[in-house]
Design a protein around this ligand. Sequence first.
Ligand code: ACO
Length: 431
Amino acid sequence: MADTFTLTNNNTGETVDLQLHEGTTGPSAIEISTLYKEKGLLAYDPGFVSTASCQSAITYIDGEAGILRYRGYPIEQLAANSNFLEVAHLLINGELPTTSELIKFEEIISHHTMIKESMRNFFHGFHYNAHPMSIMIGVVGSLSSFYHDSLDIHDPRHREISAHRLIAKMPTIAAACYKHSVSEPIMYPQNNLDYCGNFLHMMFSTPCEPYIPNKTAIDAMNLLFILHADHEQNASTSTVRLAGSSGANPFACIASGIASLWGPAHGGANEAVLTMLEEIGDVSNIDKYIAKAKDKNDPFRLMGFGHRVYRNFDPRATIIRKMCHQVLSNLADNNNPMFELAMKLEEVALNDEYFIERKLYPNVDYYSGIIYRALNIPTNMFTVMFAIARTVGWVAHWSEMIADPMQRIGRPRQLYVGATERDYVSIDKRK
Ligand code: ACO
């Protein structure tokens, strides 16, 4: 018999046995899906702190131990040995590719990088200073209007080609957002370049001058993209799953994920960290800002610090911090005052009782912006970079969900705290 967990009502003594589900690793989950039907009770968990919203075989996190694994492989090993497209294959298909599988996958992705010519006109409709994330939400959603041939979500081949199109076209769309903001011609992708090199080419080449991406920049981008590729049921991935649970097409679902990612408590944090460091300006101001972060009456938070799941350290931050040193010294920028300031701020916060007590550590985005800055990526493009990488995770989760025969529309309930029944009052009698 499966293990059960018994809930007791302390007032009535009534009990209910709930089934316990075991994963392959990590905490068990109590099944409460019959609780309402059988007992008329709802589970209340604002922010989904203790809620497993689905079963998934993609990514595993142990927040206490600082562990992150994609399909069982530790993030440290993937970061040291792999590249982004290999990791994308792993996340989407479940296994690391063989040499021939990888060559085929790279070929497929590079042959889907172009966007429809008429789509290029969309960019010119946006105001010159539009935030690239706002453009991206609109343009990615609009992909569904171009690919009617592959919108049957119940057809595995349609799902696969949509996944390939999304992964391939995100860098093209992202670079076009940037080109629009600097009033430069949108560059076409080049199939002879790898994924990251091609993105840098579309960002920084112009029709009059090619940009030759250097190895340090390509390596750094591969690493950041690997680290950002997936993170189980975070806010944007849960958004993609919820949007997709109604049967919406994948382009619309990914657009909703991009919207969720944009918030400063999520992917918008990498942009917010740089804005914060610029505002702090100098190590002499650190104490003032630490005091602001601790003040409950001040909305200021130390951006890039804290994480819902990691309560010890974020393994991605440890890898990125090391990469920061490497990139800055290889790009002859090892005297980067922003990096010095970030390291000092981290040191002060990590020795402060407020941050120690609440287990607040630097997260993945504390240092990622500094690397992007060193690669000349403008600050308002940082979250867009995150979106390019996370598209792989979103697509993997969306595909996993649709292929699940148990899949149903996501429909949370609520604890109602509004007015009880009352009668309509005509407008002339209202006070
Ligand atoms: N600066 C100051 N205090 C903080 C911070 C911070 N960055 N983060 C959390 N706290 C405090 C809270 O005020 C709260 O204090 P209290 O217990 O005295 O009320 C306590 O720590 C717990 O914080 P919560 O907000 O309840 O934690 P939650 O898990 O809901 O939020 C989050 C996690 C959103 C990441 C939060 O730490 C935060 O806002 N960090 C800054 C934004 C950020 O870097 N986001 C990126 C996350 S990583 C990613 O999405 C890629």
